[in-house]
Design a protein around this ligand. Structure first.
Ligand code: CA
Length: 224
């Protein structure tokens, strides 16, 4: 289920949006202030964020700017001001779309659907991380141009790691990202998958999956 994070200080609007998103088959969470919103966005890896511009703590622009430094998560900005400079400002900050208040919540859901479809279509087929190249379509992986055979689970894990490189991922986040929660709380199963994945992709001087004690795992990519 796609996760929507709604950062909006007007309780009534936040609740209203949450209800509409849930009716449309999404999981939705609401946060009522900017600082909590930013940290929730960073920790919960939502599929899309609905972000109000005027917020206590930290405003929507600033949150958007900060998030853009570390992720491509789709962001829809809500703004009470419909003037042109604000619109442009919202998009320049890296928001994918903006909606002027007052709005119809059904329109917000429709725009979210559209943004998510666009993002899906934009997925790059091949990504590289150090000596690894991963092809999403063919579900193949090569290490130093030599193909390696990963199981479906190992591939899904590697895909999750590479799309969140240099970030600490908890076991729960990895299970969520790689297996759509099918494993729920089988922490040990994930450790076993990671152990096998490590064996498959490591070479003499390459071992990108680090254990972060007490937290989870991190896929380390040295930026060239
Ligand atoms: Ca507000």
């Amino acid at each position: 289920m796609k996760q929507i994070l709604i950062i909006e200080d007007e309780k009534r609007i936040a609740h209203w949006l949450k209800t509409y998103f849930e009716r449309a088959g999404y999981a939705a969470e609401t946060v009522l202030d900017g600082l909590t919103g930013l940290s929730r966005a960073q920790s919960s890896n939502p599929d899309l964020i609905v972000l109000d511009l005027m917020l206590p703590g930290m405003d929507g622009m600033e949150i958007c700017r900060k998030l853009r430094q570390e992720s491509d998560v789709p962001i829809i900005m809500l703004t009470a001001k419909g003037t042109q400079p604000d619109r442009i400002g919202g998009l320049e900050t890296g928001a994918d779309d903006y909606i002027v208040k007052p709005f119809d919540p059904e329109e917000v859901v429709a725009r979210a659907n559209a943004v998510l479809r666009r993002v899906k279509g934009k997925v790059i087929n091949t990504i590289s991380a150090g000596p690894l190249t991963l092809n999403h379509d063919a579900q193949t992986v090569a290490l130093n141009d030599h193909p390696i055979n990963l199981s479906q689970q190992q591939f899904a894990l590697l895909q999750a790691f590479i799309s969140h490189k240099n970030q600490v991922l908890t076991r729960d986040q990895l299970i969520d990202l790689a297996f759509d929660n099918q494993y729920e709380s089988f922490d040990r199963a994930i450790d076993t998958h990671i152990k096998r994945l490590r064996k498959m992709i490591h070479s003499d001087d390459y071992n990108p999956i680090q254990t972060v004690y007490g937290a989870g795992y991190k896929f380390v990519v040295e930026e060239a």
